[in-house]
Design a protein around this ligand. Structure first.
Ligand SMILES: NC(=O)C1=CN([C@@H]2O[C@H](COP(=O)(O)OP(=O)(O)OC[C@H]3O[C@@H](n4cnc5c(N)ncnc54)[C@H](OP(=O)(O)O)[C@@H]3O)[C@@H](O)[C@H]2O)C=CC1
Ligand SMILES: O=C(CO)COP(=O)(O)O
Length: 339
């Protein structure tokens, strides 16, 4: 991979040695950037360096020799821009460790999808609280299975940033023929789509596992989008954002493929397996498991009706039976589609 020189962001640091961090590092390399990938375990860094593969999270994808892998956050803090790809529930803690070594003024692009369970904070709020005041933030979100991005298959994402000039610079730094970021200034709406679709994907997985049919899945996607939009509007996001890549785009992808960890987890639940057993058999994160309770808490605080998310939370966290919960959703009073 040849390195093109970008006047603004020539060196990209990626935090997170999971599937998405690794895939985004490969996308940054393809865009011509010098790229550093941080993984938290020295053993993971040693394995990736020796094997030139992330066997645990992204097997079968060769890591080119020019990808720098590190366990030292100072290497990431010295970069021109940082992609934050730790799971949502760990993002704040990782940023607290990054803060002392982050180059002043370097932007942090949030790529995790979720809402903090303890505080109901959006990722932008949690991260801003942990980083030096005034650190520029952006959101990268959209329909992006890591394995496809890693293989260089065509992908489009939303890159949201309040500062249009910074957003354009980040698009230029990360974009390539196969990885196409679309600019937005809606940092709220673009986060809500990515966070809540994981909860809805669990619901769609249950439909799959229980063999309730494709009509039911389409109904959940559509009514789920209504829930996402209500929450985003209540938080100050825009409805048109939710019709874009970070909303409808990601919701459609994640709710239509068992490649999704969230949807496959829901499918296993729908087949009657216990949550604890499903989680014990996996190493990779299914963010919807944690975001379900957070989104229900946040919606409750804001007075937003989110019955599908509440149903998923009840199944995951409140011991509700699958069949009784499905029956409860089907028995809700009829209403106007726009209500
Ligand atoms: N995979 C995908 O297709 C996509 C994922 N995302 C989002 O990206 C984020 C990361 O997901 P993904 O890369 O898939 O995750 P993976 O499941 O592939 O990997 C999990 C990662 O989290 C790390 N981790 C575990 N515990 C902690 C901790 N306490 N502190 C910091 N890191 C920890 C793991 O490190 P270790 O091995 O050391 O435990 C590992 O690197 C999620 O929010 C996800 O929703 C977004 C778009 C696409
Ligand atoms: O965010 C994703 C696709 O855009 C990945 O979804 P899963 O975490 O459900 O695999």
């Amino acid at each position: 991979m040849t390195t093109r020189v970008s006047p603004t962001f020539s060196r990209i640091g990626v935090i997170g040695g999971g599937a998405w961090g690794t895939a985004l590092a490969l996308a940054a390399l393809r865009a011509g950037r010098e790229t550093w990938l941080w993984a938290r375990e020295p053993a993971v860094v040693a394995a990736m360096t020796a094997e030139r593969e992330n066997r645990d999270y992204l097997p079968g994808v060769p890591l080119p020799p020019d990808l720098r892998v590190t366990n030292d956050l100072a290497d990431i803090g010295a970069c021109d821009a940082v992609l934050l790809v730790s799971p949502a529930q760990h993002a704040r803690a990782v940023c607290a460790r990054l803060a002392p070594v982050l180059r002043p003024g370097a932007p942090v692009v949030i790529c995790a999808k979720g809402i903090e369970l303890d505080s109901f904070a959006l990722m932008s709020e949690a991260v801003a609280a942990a980083l030096p005041a005034g650190t520029p933030l952006a959101i990268l979100s959209g329909p992006t299975f890591a394995a496809e991005v890693a293989r260089g298959l065509p992908t489009a994402v939303t890159l949201a940033c309040a500062d249009a000039g910074l957003g354009a610079g980040l698009v230029e730094a990360l974009g390539s023929r196969s990885f196409r970021p679309y600019r937005s200034d809606d940092v709220i709406g673009s986060q809500i789509g990515g966070a809540v679709k994981n909860v809805l994907a669990i619901a769609c997985g249950v439909v799959e596992g229980r063999k309730l049919g494709d009509n039911a899945r389409a109904a959940l996607i559509t009514r789920g989008l209504a829930e996402i939009t209500r929450l985003a509007l209540a938080l100050g996001g825009r409805a048109d954002t939710l019709m874009g890549l970070s909303g409808l785009g990601d919701l459609t992808l994640t709710c239509s493929s068992l490649q999704s960890r969230n949807m496959s987890l829901g499918a296993a639940l729908g087949e009657g397996r216990a949550l604890a057993d499903i989680l014990a058999a996996r190493r990779s994160v299914a963010e919807g498991v944690y975001t379900a309770a957070a989104v229900v808490g946040l919606a409750g605080r804001l007075g937003v009706d989110m019955p599908i998310c509440a149903a998923v939370d009840a199944i995951l966290n409140k011991g509700a039976s699958l069949d009784a919960t499905i029956e409860g959703l089907l028995s809700r009073p009829f209403r106007g589609e726009g209500e």
